[in-house]
Design a protein around this ligand. Structure first.
Ligand code: SF4
Length: 302
């Protein structure tokens, strides 16, 4: 099929010819990040998805991200090159379970992390990302809230907003949940001058060891503006490619085990094939699209 650079060129040519914008998440493989029009976290990509001028969005990320792009731009064709690239955490909560959790906590609004299915978002009051979860919870007038599906992010929010009671749904991201304090302590020992950045999807004992808790975009801003020269990157290793490109002159240490197999299911060849076929496309029930809009737009308005 040709070497990487000729495939990349073919992809860029086809995208221009077919009026396609390519959005890629920070955890995608480097060769996909390099051909994307925008690389970012869920918040950046959601903001971009609602304002694209191209007629088609090709989304390199997991299923819920492509669904959110469709919900925010329903008139656009949204292509998800590998529908099987799914986030297990997003599937740890179902509508029935959420409804009975609501009944257990009457009056508590449901704050849903965007890492969730479109169906769950349709039963949500407001969405959040890891970049704005604390801000979203603070903005609510209620003293008790339900947070789904990530219990680690919810616990972090609780630590930052002690005046409210956050009821946690027992979901988690296996990639971040598997990062251990031993791993961080060993990395600190190996790189004693490095600052530790961790994602709030990590467990609280890991968060407690960090110099900075941040979303992936927050890690880029922090490492660029910090006086530190070396950083331990406590999130999925794909971010290191972007850090090395965008924050030159600094050193980044990845945690070798922090790899999301779901994000890595999409290859450059899948992107090429998807452009050639202009599919597979994301199809959502119009009612689900309608019911996703309000919680997503409420979040983006913040
Ligand atoms: S890194 Fe975690 S939250 Fe993100 S797609 Fe992979 S499993 Fe899901």
């Amino acid at each position: 099929m040709g070497d990487l650079s000729s495939v990349q060129k073919r992809i860029r040519d086809l995208a221009a010819e077919k009026d396609v914008i390519i959005l890629a998440h920070n955890y995608q493989v480097p060769e996909i990040q390099d051909i994307a029009d925008i690389v970012g976290d869920s918040l950046v990509l959601a903001l971009k998805a609602r304002n694209v001028t191209q007629s088609t969005i090709l989304f390199c990320g997991v299923d819920f991200m492509a669904e959110s792009a469709k919900a925010l731009s329903p008139e656009k064709r949204v292509i998800h090159p590998v529908p099987d690239s799914q986030c297990p955490m997003a599937h740890m909560v179902d509508v029935e379970g959420l409804q009975s959790y609501r009944e257990e906590h009457p009056g508590a609004p449901v704050v849903t992390y965007v890492n969730s299915t479109a169906e769950i978002k349709a039963h949500t009051d407001i969405c959040c990302t890891s970049a704005n979860a604390v801000k979203v919870v603070r903005s609510l007038k209620e003293d008790e809230i339900i947070f789904v599906p990530d219990s680690n992010l919810g616990a972090y929010v609780q630590s930052q907003v002690p005046g409210k009671k956050v009821h946690l749904w027992p979901g988690y991201c296996h990639v971040h949940n598997d990062i251990t304090t031993d791993q961080i302590l060993q990395a600190k020992k190996d790189h004693p001058d490095a600052l530790v950045m961790v994602h709030p999807e990590c467990r609280m004992d890991v968060i407690d060891l960090a110099d900075k808790v941040a979303s992936t975009e927050g890690m880029i801003r922090f490492s660029a503006s910090s006086d530190g020269k070396e950083f331990i990157v406590g999130t999925e290793e794909g971010l290191v490619h972007r850090l090395e490109k965008e924050v030159p002159g600094k050193i980044f240490h990845r945690l070798e085990t922090a790899v999301c197999p779901n994000m890595k299911k999409i290859t450059l060849y899948d992107v090429l094939k998807a452009l050639e076929n202009m599919g597979p496309t994301v199809e959502l029930d119009p009612e689900i699209i309608e019911r996703n809009k309000a919680p997503l737009e409420r979040m983006l308005a913040l």
